[in-house]
Design a protein around this ligand. Structure first.
Ligand code: 8YV
Length: 338
């Protein structure tokens, strides 16, 4: 960790009506563009080595700051929030998901919490489509075979996969990312189905067919793509019972949160071939993933890179900074979640 240059010298600037620039902890290394803007406008404490904080280090690093810009890799549970200093006004997340923050605890302490919606929808939808295609067309298996020099045969029955054109694409959680992913799936000639608590207005649904229960959607989807946030209500929503309700030969895609899926039940469904395949970018254990899933051929796995494009990383960082700027200008931040 280091203090960014200019920590004690405010260059005569009086940002945000404060006599000194607000002190901002950025927990992980971000895009150079984002760090440059943060260092210009804040007394920024950066993490150029991108070292992962322990819980105690996180609490300690927050003691002397007015704001923190964390990623989903830092957990702000009730105990961490209780240990934050009174001067800390805002947790401006560099993520759309906020399941790593105890929002009630933050609200209880009067700490503002923001996220970064919208700007990562395209990138995450691209990864969801990659996961779908990788699972359907046996991408990981084929890549491994060629890479390891084991490709020694070819026949019409070799590496046959599932075609997605014309199939039913189910979206569990038709929010921002779900809607963009649905639009991409339409481009493959898929018929889009979704479950939300309430149907969307027609301009958002774009012809997608609403299901009033997750069960109905699950039973109707040849590809089921998860796009709901991880909350106590959605934790383990894809349990053994619901996985069994997926049509035989279906594909499960998860680019949202690992907590949505009972991974042991998924492993069984993949082993028994009840499911043709799964495409997963997120896991219950991160980093690391799940060795039992990794041992299977019919899974396509990625290391939580849904929003990891150059463009989106910059947009996420700027969006988090926009939220901070609003707080320190005593305005309501656009993406306040607590
Ligand atoms: C990122 C994400 O991996 O935004 C989220 O909720 O899970 C991803 O976009 C991460 O949070 C970046 O900090």
């Amino acid at each position: 960790m280091r203090d960014d240059e200019g920590r004690d010298d405010n260059d005569g600037r009086e940002g945000f009506g404060m006599s000194v620039r607000p002190r901002l902890l950025i927990t992980r290394r971000l895009s150079p563009e984002v760090e440059a803007r943060a260092a210009r406008d804040y007394d920024a404490v950066l993490n150029p080595e991108d070292r992962v904080f322990t819980r105690d280090e996180l609490v300690a690093a927050c003691q002397e700051v007015d704001a923190v810009l964390p990623c989903h890799s830092e957990r702000f549970d009730a105990a961490v929030i209780a240990a934050l200093p009174d001067r800390l006004r805002v947790i401006a997340n560099h993520s759309v998901g906020v399941d790593h923050v105890d929002l009630a605890a933050a609200a209880g302490r009067g700490i503002i919490v923001t996220n970064t919606p919208d700007v990562l929808s395209d990138a995450t939808a691209e990864i969801a489509i990659l996961c779908m295609l990788g699972a359907a067309r046996r991408g990981a298996e084929g890549d491994r075979m060629v890479r390891e020099g084991r490709w020694n045969t070819w026949s019409p029955s070799f590496m046959v996969g599932a075609q997605i054109t014309g199939k039913r694409f189910g979206v569990l959680g038709m929010g921002r990312v779900g809607r963009v992913t649905a639009a991409r799936a339409r481009g493959f000639g898929m018929e889009v189905h979704y479950h939300n608590r309430r149907p969307l207005p027609p301009e958002d649904a774009q012809g997608a067919i609403w299901h009033d229960t997750p069960e109905s959607l699950i039973a109707t989807s040849d590809v089921l793509s998860l796009h709901c946030p991880a909350t106590p209500e959605t934790e383990g929503i894809m349990n053994a019972e619901r996985i069994a309700k997926m049509p035989r030969g279906a594909i499960l895609v998860n680019t949202a949160r690992g907590a949505l899926v009972d991974e042991a039940a998924l492993v069984e469904a993949l082993k028994s071939r009840h499911l043709f395949a799964a495409g997963l970018d997120v896991f219950r254990t991160e980093p690391g993933g799940n060795p039992a899933l990794a041992a299977l051929d019919n899974v396509f796995l990625l290391p939580h890179i849904g929003s990891a494009t150059f463009e989106t990383r910059i947009a996420m960082g700027y969006r988090a900074l926009d939220n901070l700027d609003a707080v320190f200008a005593d305005n309501e931040p656009g993406d306040r979640v607590a």
